[in-house]
Design a binder for this molecule. Structure first.
Ligand SMILES: Cc1ncc(COP(=O)(O)O)c(C=O)c1O
Length: 437
């Protein structure tokens, strides 16, 4: 049992509002009162908790950041060299120019690059640039894009606007009410919803923002139509590749669909666990960054670009995306086969490197919690998602699928006997935003 982590989390709740800095890392969402919560070491796909219990991470791999695996030796070695050379200085680090060249080489439609250190921050920069370029305010978007006001404004007045965009039930407390009606949601692949929003807000739209792909393949022609609409209303088209980037190819997923945005935004996997984010775009739009004030001290430090250069080069050299797709497909088909074998009802979604499944029962949250509880006992960090990394080897996947098969058999029996809730050693995991306060 991960007792020390439990105790520390109870302490954290007293000192840190919400307990963690990232919503998705809250133990209440995964396995309340049992989740290890803290790590002492992580290497490859292995994680040790504060009691030195070892787990194989078959869940979020640093919430999608560690695409090459934890503590990758090549990235870490480049970072150590940067540390020895001084990571901060009055002068700029040359790595940021080298990285800009590399990003534009990988995305030949892009001419210019700005940086920050987190995904939400980089998205806020992209929105600012789009508004500065068009001198308009409104944002039409689908998908999740971080914690900033421009995005949460969608929930002002229309309380369920962000349902279906990864933040159901979110109250935008602290977001100025005057931002009401500045961000308008539509659903992925629902081109008519986009058209309706564009008609309603014609003449006021600065940008259309989408993740080029996430849970579903784009319908034939969807991305092309979005591109066409953005061009026709002179709005900046932003592709948020914070999660989708560096999974299906070395670069943005949009490269595979041959539809180019005006701006693309990267973070997370581009630097394998070191803070780094990039906004890349065509010069006509990116030059507008000069008309606004977009500036921060630590956007100039050296570790982020160094880690990104090492990550991207290794990613390319090892053809990491091929590995991620193969590993993800194997796990997704393993979920389906095991569910069929034991008569469990699940539905599977997500691109293979970012796969999800859900139990389709009335008490699905309790079943999901029991799944995580049983898999933890077998030595796996396992939830209803699998984010593949280059460090996931065949034997990890085989061990996981064997444990999954046993666990699905156990769950099927528990469901049949109506014993799911009784078998839980702690509370049912929370879902959504509303139950965490
Ligand atoms: C598509 C997308 N955009 C933006 C973000 C926000 O990134 P960050 O958590 O680094 O601020 C995320 C994070 O999950 C994301 O998936």
């Amino acid at each position: 049992m991960a007792k020390t982590g439990q105790k520390l989390y109870a302490q954290a709740r007293q000192r840190i509002p919400g307990g963690t800095q990232l919503f998705s890392k809250r133990p209440e969402l995964l396995l309340p009162e049992q989740w290890p919560s803290y790590y002492s070491r992580a290497k490859g796909v292995e994680v040790w908790d504060l009691d030195d219990n070892k787990y194989i991470d078959m869940s979020y791999m640093g919430i999608g950041a560690c695409v090459l695996g934890y503590a990758d030796p090549d990235v870490d070695s480049a970072v150590r060299t940067a540390i020895d050379s001084g990571t901060m200085c009055t002068l700029n680090c040359p790595e940021e120019v080298e990285l800009a060249d590399l990003l534009c080489e990988l995305h030949p439609w892009a001419d210019m690059v700005r940086y920050s250190r987190t995904g939400g921050e980089a998205m806020a920069i992209a929105i600012r640039i789009a508004r500065a370029r068009t001198k308009k305010d409104k944002v039409i978007f689908c998908g999740y894009h971080g914690w900033y006001d421009w995005y949460l404004a969608a929930n002002l007045g229309d309380e369920d606007a962000l349902d279906g965009h990864l933040l159901p039930g979110l109250e935008p407390a602290g977001v100025p009410r005057c931002l009401r009606n500045t961000a308008v949601a539509f659903r992925y692949n629902e081109i008519d919803e986009l058209k309706a929003a564009v008609t309603q807000h014609r003449g006021e739209i600065a940008t259309i923002v989408i993740e080029p792909i996430r849970n579903y393949e784009p319908n034939p022609g969807f991305l092309e139509e979005v591109r066409g609409i953005a061009t026709s209303i002179k709005a900046v088209l932003i592709f948020d590749e914070v999660s989708s980037g560096w999974r299906l190819t070395t670069g943005g997923a949009h490269l595979l669909y041959r539809v180019t945005p005006d701006i693309a935004v990267f973070a997370k996997a581009m630097s394998n666990g070191y803070p780094m984010a990039a906004v890349i775009g065509i010069s006509d739009v990116m030059q507008a960054a000069q008309d606004s004030f977009i500036s921060s001290t630590y956007w100039t430090e050296r570790i982020g670009p160094t880690a990104a250069l090492a990550t991207i080069r290794k990613h390319h050299l090892c053809n990491a995306s091929e590995h991620l797709i193969a590993a993800g497909k194997r796990v997704q088909s393993g979920w389906k086969l095991a569910a069929d074998r034991h008569g469990l009802k699940i539905s599977v979604s997500g691109i293979p490197p970012l796969g999800h499944f859900s139990f389709t029962y009335e008490n699905s949250q309790a079943i999901r919690t029991l799944f995580t509880q049983e898999m933890l006992q077998k030595g796996f960090l396992a939830v209803d998602a699998f984010y593949a990394s280059y460090a996931h080897q065949d034997h990890h996947i085989e061990g996981y699928l064997k444990a999954l098969d046993d666990t699905f058999a156990f769950l099927a029996r528990a469901i049949e006997r109506g014993e799911v809730e009784r078998l839980l050693k702690g509370p049912v995991a929370h879902s959504g935003f509303q139950r965490l306060t």
